[in-house]
Design a protein around this ligand. Structure first.
Ligand code: AMP
Ligand code: ZN
Length: 117
């Protein structure tokens, strides 16, 4: 069922505490942690605790939760003292999605080119 934990999902395991992570923020509905393979001086992932495959299915299935994730990206940026940052949701393997649990990448701490690759 949408939103239910998935046994084979790394980020559901991370939420459950059975996979380690460097957690920087947690709310009732979200967790934010450092990306294991950072692409910028600050690279933090914000996830809903509930399992949704990608950003759009999260927004469709749980719009308030999608808003929680977006609000947390700003809170992360504030904590990291980032004036500017980029929020990315990869959707589909062709766009680089490797984990099928919605996650916002928050990138900052260096110049971020536009348009991105
Ligand atoms: P994506 O490629 O958009 O699906 O993003 C998945 C991200 O998760 C990548 O940037 C990975 O480096 C990151 N990642 C994978 N495993 C872990 C982990 N155990 N802890 C933190 N970040 C992870
Ligand atoms: Zn999951």
């Amino acid at each position: 069922m949408a939103g239910e934990p998935q046994d084979d999902c790394l980020f559901c395991k991370l939420v459950a505490g059975t996979v380690p992570a460097t957690i920087v923020r947690e709310s009732d509905t979200t967790v934010a942690f450092r990306d294991i393979n950072p692409q910028a001086p600050t690279h933090i992932l914000v996830i809903p605790k509930a399992h949704y495959e990608n950003a759009a299915s999260l927004a469709t299935g749980a719009p308030e939760l999608a808003a929680d994730v977006l609000r947390e990206t700003q809170a992360v940026a504030d904590d990291e003292k980032l004036e500017s940052y980029r929020t990315i949701f990869n959707t589909g393997s062709g766009a680089g999605q490797t984990i099928w649990h919605a996650h916002a990448h928050v990138l900052g701490g260096r110049g971020l080119e536009w348009p991105p690759g």
